[in-house]
Design a protein around this ligand. Sequence first.
Ligand code: D5M
Ligand code: FE
Ligand code: ZN
Length: 475
Amino acid sequence: MALEELKKRQDMEEAIDLIISKTQVTEEKPSVITPDFIIDFFDKERETVVVKRPKKRVIAQEYESEISVKEKGDITNKSFSQGNIEGFIKYFNNRYERLASILQDRNNLKDSTSIETVKSTRTQDVKIIGIVNEIRKSQKGHVILDIEDPTGIISVLVSNSNFELLKVSKSIVRDEVIGVEGKMWNDLVIANEIHFPDLPISREIKRSEVPVAAALISDVHAGSTKFLEKEFLQFIRWIGGELGTKKQRQLSEKVKYIIIGGDLVDGVGIYPGQENELVIKDIHEQYKKVAEFLKLVPEHIEIIVMPGNHDATRQAEPQPAILEEFAPLFYDDPRIHMVGNPCHVNLHGVDILSYHGRSLDDIISTIPDTSYSRPIEAMLEVLKKRHLAPIYGGKVPITPEGFDYMLIEEVPDIVHFGHVHTVGVDNYRGTILVNSGTFQTQTSFQRKLNMRPDPARVPIIDLQEKSTTLMRFIH
Ligand code: D5M
Ligand code: FE
Ligand code: ZN
């Protein structure tokens, strides 16, 4: 009667072959082939077939990618720096003109005048816009700012009795562009108000029309002994829909983009004694390691790769994309987009400004009340100044290009930084601020500085809902 059961199968010969081949390797091979055995066998086969069926399409696969990198904001393949005094002057003129024009758009600075006019006409009320040349404190506790525009330089005094303005003046840094309202007193301007270019108070919120999300990461530091390889793989597996609660998997289905904000690898020769903290001592091999991980990311996801200070490209900012000779596998993969630092990427109509964030070291060491443990506060300062690296000649090496790439001219919908290895998410005047943390645990250097990284946490931004979820891949 087993034969009757077999005959019911569409292709009897194939069915027999299948039974023979499969039963040879199992322990269930019965001495007599019964009808029940055949029914049972094909039931089990069916279960196996279900598992082998191609994975169901996820949400992000249903939509075409919409990605554009703003050419004008990316230094890759076009550094014109003259590296001389003229280049330097051109750079600061460009910075001044573009930031002054943002400040002039504000109602209270529309009628600002040049510093030369202030000096020559000796009017009582003064409104000026200038670059902060120097900041000093007088013996009596007044703050004195030397402000310069293309026509001249003037000293602005913030009185020791004006507590509110003194507080504001604490966040002023050298080389930024500010607006000042005040009154003349001898050769000094006594400041009443100080204005930063800042973001507009309100504007239209831009969203994607389709339900897609972006995962923002940075500071992977592959090659380092402190690289959290297991946790990074968990992240990749979550992206692939293999891990997480139902809700977390639903979110992973929307992920269509991964932006990597620099420090993909630990590099070599970045700091003294680094060789003792490297498991992979060849930078090509370090990039190969990252490429192997990225190969596991589902095909429909686009990956944007920006350099940081540990990556293989010039150190001075703006940085061109990671060089092909060090990371050829990245250039071979059509869904990997190699961009410079900083870069402006538009995804489904949403503007994202990504910057590695090295200037945060200068901001945190200069502005009181900013710290490595709360990166958003330092990022806010940068945003209000509408400049990613306002302090020239600090820890961040800046190449004086004729065009200031570090200026935040258009208001971004999302600002993505890394570098400080701590995570932060916030919203300021309609702009989402993210620091994407790291996949590296504390290094010996960071231990000496008492810097505590917050590793293996990844902000995911739903570009349609404009909401952020902070995933954790570490216990
Ligand atoms: O930097 C990660 C963080 O650690 C960042 O906030 C700077 C700090 N850091 C690391 N190395 C140094 C040195 N040598 N000097 C000053 N600050 C440092 P990352 O660039 O990711 O290593
Ligand atoms: Fe880093
Ligand atoms: Zn860094």
